[in-house]
Design a protein. Structure first.
Length: 318
């Protein structure tokens, strides 16, 4: 069985304009360019959490993560973590991820992740990079994810993500009252001083988010959001950019604004809502084997549902 050992790095600013494979060969001189190209072709390299083609040009500042396959027999990586599997077949698994569950192991979180749970659920996933995980949700974002169960499906789903044939739709509660729906077309780049944050920057990668109003409350709005691209923290960064930060967002959010005359129940819910109110409600993709479009929808988790029910009592009458 094989899993991946990880190496990381960051593209220097003076590599701006270089092809990705060239930049990586300079960044990791211990490995040949042909080896790096092989890693790129087999989707073992992620650039700011995305899989890119080797001919893609870099800008500088991108965070690189490379999975180096090696043979191990460490079954401790598999953990009996309860997973909400809503669909599975020989090629894919669709999971409803709860808020609070980290997708990949990392610094300070070596276990207790979705990946550990997947390896317990299906030991064959030891043979796939990232246990077949092809996209991610932030720790405190809930909702739908698709996982590949074999290499053919993994590469197919990665290609679909690159071609934007995977449809991802979210529900989110934001602070403030947008006048109408719209589209945010604003490039995103990793923050210059805080690597854990992203920011709108014209030198970054294309990022497009479509949103429409579902329901307005006194100080908040429920939005339906559809991603055209899939950048790290995209919805959270774009909503902050608009001036309507996602409620409860600990990184991009703002202090709590209570509606005038808010009930004790609403005040309590707002005070205790400690994660971004963001849920991946709908997921659609082309099945890697049958080529049929698969569409899945998942209701809001209990914490967001309770929050919205309380906000509905505060709706501002036009």
């Amino acid at each position: 069985m094989s899993i991946s050992q990880k190496i990381t790095g960051q593209i220097p600013s003076d590599y701006n304009g270089l092809r990705l494979d060239k930049a990586l060969s300079l960044l990791f001189p211990d490995y040949s360019r042909s080896t790096i190209q092989k890693w790129l072709k087999t989707a073992l390299v992620s650039v700011d959490d995305e899989i890119l083609a080797q001919k893609q040009k870099v800008h500088g500042g991108e965070f690189i993560e490379i999975q180096l396959p090696e043979q191990v027999n460490d079954q401790n990586l598999a953990e009996a973590i309860e997973l909400n599997v809503i669909y599975q077949d020989e090629d894919v698994i669709v999971i409803n991820k709860p808020a609070g569950l980290i997708v990949h192991p990392g610094a300070g979180n070596p276990n207790g992740t979705l990946m550990n749970g997947l390896l317990y659920f299906d030991s064959a996933l030891f043979d796939l990079p990232r246990a077949g995980i092809v996209h991610r949700l932030d720790k405190d974002t809930s909702g739908l994810m698709v996982v590949a169960r074999n290499e053919i499906s993994r590469l197919n789903l990665i290609e679909q993500l690159q071609l934007r044939t995977v449809s991802r739709q979210y529900l989110t509660v934001v602070c403030g009252l947008p006048i109408s729906g719209g589209t945010v077309d604003a490039a995103i780049k990793r923050h210059s001083t805080d690597r854990k944050k992203m920011t709108v920057n014209s030198a970054g990668k294309e990022a497009i988010t479509h949103y429409r109003i579902v329901e307005k409350y006194s100080n908040h709005t429920l939005l339906k959001v559809k991603l055209e691209t899939g950048r790290t923290h995209q919805i959270r960064v774009h909503m902050q950019h608009l001036g309507f930060a996602v409620l409860g967002d600990p990184v991009y959010g703002q202090r709590i604004h209570y509606p005038k005359g808010a009930s004790e129940n609403l005040i309590r819910l707002l005070n205790n809502f400690k994660r971004q109110a963001l849920h991946a409600q709908q997921l659609a993709f082309i099945h890697p084997t049958t080529r049929q479009t698969m569409t899945f929808k998942q209701d809001l988790p209990a914490d967001m549902q309770a929050l919205i029910e309380a906000l509905q009592h505060e709706i501002q009458t036009p």
